[in-house]
Design a protein around this ligand. Structure first.
Ligand code: RIB
Length: 307
């Protein structure tokens, strides 16, 4: 089954620091790295590295970064027919600080991602209609996300929405048309206005979304695993214990792996289990897409760890 990822392209500009600077402070970094990022791209690359057939609908800049991102998608075997170049616009850029704990802080400049309008999306409709799953995030215009959800409904294609980065004005009636809604704790808190500091609070906040009509709410909780809530109840999948080096893009690796596994098996629990392991493996390496294992590396990791 082919997966359509409709979303952002960024170039990640990463500094590794022992501590992020205070206002007015200059600090020296311990390392620097530029590589492909963007939540949409990360999810598309993760799924493709795991062997999925991926169509990526995105808008890259008319510059060096945009050309490098396109080349990278081609190298990953992604269907790039709808990787569109936004004339005279710069590529999206994410400025990232990663602290010694592996925690990150990110500022994005959307650039060419703003050019992925509903009109541009419609150019890809016939290709999207041949896919079995649509995967969305929120780094492109919100009206394009809504148009993609409607396109999914019109063609009977299941839709997974990752509401990241967090926005408080997401149309919940639109989100209810999706089959999978996959926030992390922070996004869940922003969306519901509820605290999500403990697992109990996360269950309550996600429960509210299920009451509002969201079908499958899967909350990713980093090292605490992930929770699946639906009208049928709650299921928890634990995470593997690993030493985090860089957590950037871990949530995206979870979604890419979830999409690949669900697309192949239709089994939500199996998809959650594999996605948790895949995300855990990704945080043990620096970088975003660079930290994602391919199918063989991931299979080896699962065998070595008896998983
Ligand atoms: O989710 C991680 C991603 O968020 C980074 O790759 C960065 O590009 C930002 O979009």
């Amino acid at each position: 089954m082919k997966i359509a990822v409709i979303g952002s392209t960024m170039m990640d500009v990463v500094s590794y620091v022992d501590k992020v600077p205070e206002a007015g402070e200059t600090r020296e970094s311990q390392g620097f790295h530029i590589a492909g990022g963007g939540k949409g791209a990360n999810q598309a690359v993760a799924a493709a590295k795991l062997g999925a057939d991926v169509l990526f609908v995105t808008s890259v800049g008319d510059d060096l970064f945009g050309r490098a991102c396109r080349k990278n998608y081609e190298a990953c075997g992604i269907d790039t027919r709808y990787v569109m170049t936004a004339k005279d616009m710069p590529n999206g850029v994410a400025s990232i600080f990663v602290e010694a704990s592996g925690q990150n802080r990110i500022v994005i400049t959307k650039g060419a991602n703003n050019a992925l309008t509903p009109q541009r999306l419609r150019e890809a409709e016939a290709a999207i209609a041949s896919c079995g799953l649509i995967v969305l995030q929120l780094e492109i215009p919100l009206e394009t996300v809504y148009a993609a959800i409607e396109m999914g409904r019109a063609h009977g294609i299941p839709v997974l929405l990752n509401p990241a980065p967090a926005v408080c004005d997401l149309d919940i009636a639109m989100a209810c048309q999706c089959d999978f809604f996959v926030p992390n704790e922070t996004e869940l808190s922003v969306l519901t206005g509820c605290p999500t500091g403990t697992e109990e609070e996360i269950r309550q906040a996600a429960g509210l979304l299920v009451e509002k009509g969201l079908k499958n709410v899967i909350v990713t909780m980093g090292g605490q695993g992930s929770l699946w809530l639906s009208a049928d109840g709650v299921q928890k999948v634990a995470a593997s214990r690993v030493k985090a080096v860089d957590s950037t893009g871990a949530g995206d690796s979870y979604i890419g792996c979830f999409a690949e596994t669900w697309g192949r098996t239709g089994d939500i629990q199996q998809a959650m289990r594999r996605a948790s392991r895949y995300a855990a493996l990704s945080v043990t390496h620096p970088g975003t897409q660079d930290s994602y294992a391919d199918r063989e590396e991931f299979a080896k990791y699962l065998v070595q760890n008896n998983e």
